[in-house]
Design a protein around this ligand. Sequence first.
Ligand code: NAP
Length: 532
Amino acid sequence: MRTLSSYLLGGWQPIAGEPTTILVNPATEEPLAAVGRAHDLGKAVAYGRDVGGPALRRLTFKERGAILQAMAKKIFEHREALLDLAVTSGGNTRGDAKFDIDGATGVLAAYAELAETLGDHPWIVEDDPASLVRTSKIRAQHVSLPRHGLAIHINAFNFPAWGMIGKAAVSILAGMPVLSKPATSTCLVAHRLAELLAEGDLLPPGAFQFLAGPVGDLLDHVGPQDVIAFTGSAAVGAKIRSHARVLAANTRVNIEADSLNAVVFGPDLESGSQLFDLAIRDCVIEMTQKTGQKCTATRRILVPEGLLDQVSEVLAERLADLAAKTGDPAAKGVRMGPLATAQQLADAREGIARLRADARVVRGDPERRAFEGVADGKGFFLEPILLAATAEAALDPASAFHGLEVFGPVATLLPYDGTLASAAAIVRAGQGSLVSTVYSDDRTFTAGAIAELAPHLGRLVINDEKNAAGAFSPGCVFPQANHGGPGRAGSGAELGGLHGLGLYMQRTAIQGGASQLARIVGARAGAGGSAA
Ligand code: NAP
């Protein structure tokens, strides 16, 4: 069996010692590859910082944008093979795989386009010079420059392509070299992408390194100019945040973690309307795409009490259809694949048991063992599970569905009395989320939702009847919009166009005479905005 190497220090490095993990096809449990520990992570950190950093910073934003374009082209050329690999190594249906792989090229393309607007200075001019004292010609002007460190990217298992390439696109455009560590269980796709980038010589030496296998002592080598961008569980996020070296060096850390995303069926929503159908469509997509293993998946569905039976019935019917088509994604007609690992399945089943303390199962059998295209008992499958709570439990912040993210095709219906106050209280009980969605034509309700919900979210999607036909499901993360959320969601922020660059740049106020600033620093390029 093949053992995966890491691309560090300008070449492919074999593992140190014996493999630590065997990767398997989550549908069939067939072994696919082995991974193990890497050598010399301290040297790799220094190499990225000292070789990759200066090389990237010598390039203009436009030149770095051209690298992103070349990366997108290379990935696109290998799209079909990457999709196949995502199906066998990640349990993805072809649609799931496209979401991940095309999502990666989408971020590259968006940031390559942004590069065109950023001017030719080594810095981004953030604003116009500000007068400090009325009678003085001294001004202060904010500029952002790439940090002189390494961007360490630690990613979750669910998006091996989008997670790795999306973070890399922003970092490289900002001018920071990358060391990317994917989650081990699904790292075959990320590994193949790293091979493509390495063999294409698309990036300057040291600008992109790739670590397969455990994180080892990587974080023991971080310094004050480095950035750690982490996506994964709250528990590991907390470990990174409190790592002794990270604290000692005050390394910048961005955490993207768990999220109990909600959707709100507005009080005016009527069964049979286009908006109602959209809400149902989105619930099904957001419960079952990538088998519910999405940070943006819908976990809590708020429905006015009078509409609960109808929503429950329609959703159960649609999910039953998906349940009948759950199985090996390589088999014909399958529309939902397995969870990524045996551990994910065990955790999801345990999570459902905990949700059942405060909600009843409306449809689905967490213990089902027979699925399409696989031998009974093989693979890490879970059919869609829909639960429902009482209105009283929905309003109780201590209810399990407000505190526990079950990372699978699982959501809970939460009845509410149709008032904004109740809806907001229920959404807020999730303690901060990546995204929530409101379906309503009542503008007072929607405006109130923006005021009451948005501070608890990284993104708020508002859908009305007029725009229902063209609306995207809320789990689609676009590179132009902020991704990240307060509280439980990690308090991080990524993407969001120009804002995303801020993670990898240092904002500095340059203070000096007005004419000197005008000559040296220059004016804002492009459409303006802030790299933060
Ligand atoms: P995880 O177990 O926390 O692992 C995430 C990453 O951290 C993996 O690369 C893992 O490596 C690494 N890791 C493990 N221990 C570490 C340590 N002590 N120090 C540094 N890194 C360490 O999460 P997961 O199971 O892959 O992903 C599922 C979770 O991610 C869910 O909770 C989901 O909500 C969240 N997620 C959030 C977002 C978002 O944008 N907010 C997006 C996707 C997923 P190994 O795999 O080698 O252990």
